[in-house]
Design a protein around this ligand. Structure first.
Ligand code: 2AM
Length: 484
C-alpha cells in the first residue's frame, strides 16, 4: 500500500460515512472497513469517490494502512459488536495504538473496555458523538474520554471535525478517564429527553387549554427562539408546527401520539437511581414516553374515566408569557439536576470533570445546543467549585424570576386536567431544594416505628442515632443489630 491513513474507521452506516466524509473534508486520509465488506467498495465508488479514502477489505488491511500510533475508530451498533471488533483488532496493534469507540455505548461497558484494552498495552477512547447524521457530516459535538495519553494523538482530528461556537472554539474537549465521555453523552441524551418533554407539555397547554392552531403555535415558538429559550429544539418545533401535509393540514396532527426511545434516557435515570441523585425531570420524561406508548390502554381509559374539561378564561398573552417562564425555569432545574448527577458520578468513578467545558461541548453541533449553555459555562468559570447550579447567582435569580408564571402554568394545567409531569415535578423539586425543612422526620419516625431503623435528633450532634420503643413492645434492639 503506498498511501497511509491518519485514522481508520470501522462501520459504514450513515453516521460512519458522514463522519469520515467530514474528516476527509478537513484534509485527513481515512481508511474504511465494514463487516459487510461490499459496503466498503460501494462507499469508495459512491460517496467517497475521488476523495482521500483507503478501502480495506479486512481488519488486517485496515490496521496495516494506518500511520502510527494507529487510530482505529468503531462506529458500529452498541453492545457485543464493539467487544467483537476489539478482539479482532488487538492482535494487529502495537503499544501506543488507540482503539476509539464513537458509538452510543453504555458508559459501564466503556469503563470495562478501557481497562481491558489498557491491560493489553494499548490505549482506548470512548467518545460521545452527538448531532445525528447532519452533525456527523458538518460538525458534531464530541465528548471523548478514556486513556488520557491518547488525547494528543486524536485531538487535532476530533477538534477539526467538531462543531465550532461563534468564537471558533470547538465543541470537543477531553472529558475524563475510562467511561467519562460516554457518561457525559448519556446525560446529554437524558437532558434531550427532558427538553423535548417540557416543550411537548407547553404544546399541549397551548393546544388544549388555549385552543391554539399549529400556525399560531409556530409563531410563539419562533418568537421564543429569539429569547431566553433560543435553542435547536425550539427552532425545529417552530418548523414542525408550520409544516403541512399534502392536504394542507398540519403534519404534526397526523402523527400517532406514541413515543419511541432507544434507551439512553432510561440509562440516565438508572445512573441517577444508582448514585442517589434526584434527577426528577429526566425521570418524568422517560416515564411520560412509556405512558404515551400505552396508547391502547389510554384510549380505553379515556372512554371511562372523566376529568375536567379544559376551559380558559384568563389573559392568553399572559399565560403564553407564563408558559415561556415555566419552560425556562424547568430547563434550569433539568440542567441543575444533570450537573448534580455529574458531580456524584465524578466522585463515584474518580473522574475530574470540567463542568464548564461540558456546557461548551454542548453549545454547538448537538441536539440540546442552546444559548442557555453559555450561561452554564459562565457559572462554572465564575466558580469552578460551584456545588449546584441553583446556587449560582445568575441561575438563582432567573429561577426566582420565572417561578410566578411557572406556578400559574402548573396550577392551570392541574386544574384543567392537562398532564404536565415534567413542568410540575421540576417546580416541586425547586420547592424541595429551597426547603430548610422537609417532612423526612416523620419518615424516620415511621421507619423507626416499624423497623427500628433509628433516627438522628435536631437537639443532638449528627451521627448519633436513637431508637424509641414506640409501642412498648419493641424493646431496645435496633435494626443494624438485626442486619449484622
Ligand atoms: P453491517 O453493515 O455489516 O451490518 C451500524 O449498524 C453498523 O454496525 C454497520 O456498519 C453494521 O455492519 C455494524 N454492525 C452491526 N451489528 C454488528 C455486529 N454484530 N458485528 C459487526 N458489525 C456490526
Amino acid at each position: 500500500m503506498t498511501k497511509s491513513a491518519d485514522i481508520g474507521l470501522i462501520g459504514l452506516a450513515v453516521m460512519g460515512e458522514n463522519l469520515v466524509l467530514n474528516m476527509e473534508s478537513k484534509g485527513f486520509t481515512v481508511a474504511v472497513y465494514n463487516r459487510t465488506v461490499e459496503k466498503v467498495d460501494k462507499f469508495i465508488h459512491g460517496r467517497g469517490a475521488g476523495k482521500n479514502f483507503i478501502g480495506a477489505h479486512s481488519i488486517e488491511e485496515l490496521v496495516a494502512s494506518l500511520e502510527r500510533p494507529r487510530k482505529v475508530m468503531l462506529l458500529v451498533k452498541a453492545g457485543q459488536a464493539v467487544d467483537d471488533f476489539i478482539e479482532q483488532i488487538i492482535p494487529h496493534l502495537e503499544p501506543g495504538d488507540i482503539i476509539i469507540d464513537g458509538g452510543n455505548s453504555y458508559f459501564v461497558d466503556t469503563i470495562r473496555r478501557a481497562k481491558y484494552v489498557e491491560s493489553k498495552g494499548f490505549l482506548y477512547i470512548g467518545t460521545g458523538v452527538s448531532g445525528g447524521e447532519i452533525g456527523a457530516l458538518h460538525g458534531p459535538s464530541m465528548m471523548p474520554g478514556g486513556s488520557v495519553e491518547a488525547w494528543p494523538a486524536v485531538k487535532n482530528i476530533f477538534q477539526s471535525i467538531a462543531a465550532k461556537v461563534d468564537d471558533g472554539t470547538p465543541c470537543c474537549d477531553w472529558v475524563g478517564s475510562d467511561g467519562a465521555g460516554h457518561f457525559v453523552k448519556m446525560v446529554h441524551n437524558g437532558i434531550e429527553y427532558g427538553d423535548m418533554q417540557i416543550i411537548g407539555e407547553a404544546y399541549q397547554v397551548m393546544r388544549d387549554l388555549l385552543g391554539m392552531s399549529a400556525d399560531e403555535m409556530h409563531e410563539v415558538f419562533k418568537k421564543w427562539n429569539t429569547e431566553e429559550l433560543d435553542s435547536y429544539l425550539i427552532e425545529i418545533t417552530a418548523d414542525i408546527m408550520a409544516y403541512k401535509d399534502e392536504d394542507g393540514k398540519p403534519m404534526v396532527d397526523k402523527i400517532l401520539d406514541t413515543a419511541g426511545q432507544k434507551g439512553t434516557g432510561k440509562w440516565t435515570g438508572t445512573a441517577a437511581l444508582d448514585l442517589g441523585i434526584p434527577l426528577t425531570l429526566i425521570g418524568e420524561s422517560v416515564f411520560a414516553r412509556f405512558l404515551s406508548a400505552q396508547k391502547d390502554m389510554r384510549v380505553e381509559a379515556s372512554k371511562v374515566i372523566s376529568g375536567p374539561k379544559p376551559t380558559f378564561t384568563g389573559d392568553k398573552v399572559q399565560l403564553l408569557d407564563d408558559l415561556k417562564m415555566a419552560l425556562y425555569g424547568a430547563k434550569i432545574i433539568s440542567y441543575a439536576q444533570g450537573y448534580n448527577l455529574f458531580m456524584a458520578a465524578a466522585k463515584e468513578y474518580d473522574w475530574k470533570l470540567n463542568y464548564g467545558d461540558i456546557a461548551l461541548m454542548w453549545r454547538g453541533g448537538c441536539i440540546i445546543r442552546s444559548a442557555f449553555l453559555g450561561d452554564i459555562k459562565k457559572a462554572f468559570d465564575t466558580n469552578p467549585e460551584l456545588p449546584h447550579l441553583l446556587l449560582d447567582g445568575f441561575f438563582k435569580q432567573k429561577v426566582e424570576g420565572a417561578q410566578d408564571g411557572w406556578r400559574r402554568v402548573c396550577a392551570a394545567a392541574l386544574i384543567n386536567g392537562i398532564p404536565a409531569p415534567a413542568l410540575t415535578s421540576a417546580l416541586c423539586y425547586l420547592d424541595g431544594f429551597r426547603s430548610e425543612w422537609l417532612p423526612a422526620n416523620l419518615l424516620q419516625a415511621q421507619r423507626d416505628y416499624f423497623g427500628a431503623h433509628t433516627y438522628e435528633r435536631i437537639d443532638k450532634p449528627r451521627g448519633q442515632f436513637f431508637h424509641t420503643n414506640w409501642t412498648g413492645e419493641g424493646g431496645d434492639t435496633v435494626s443494624t443489630a438485626y442486619n449484622s
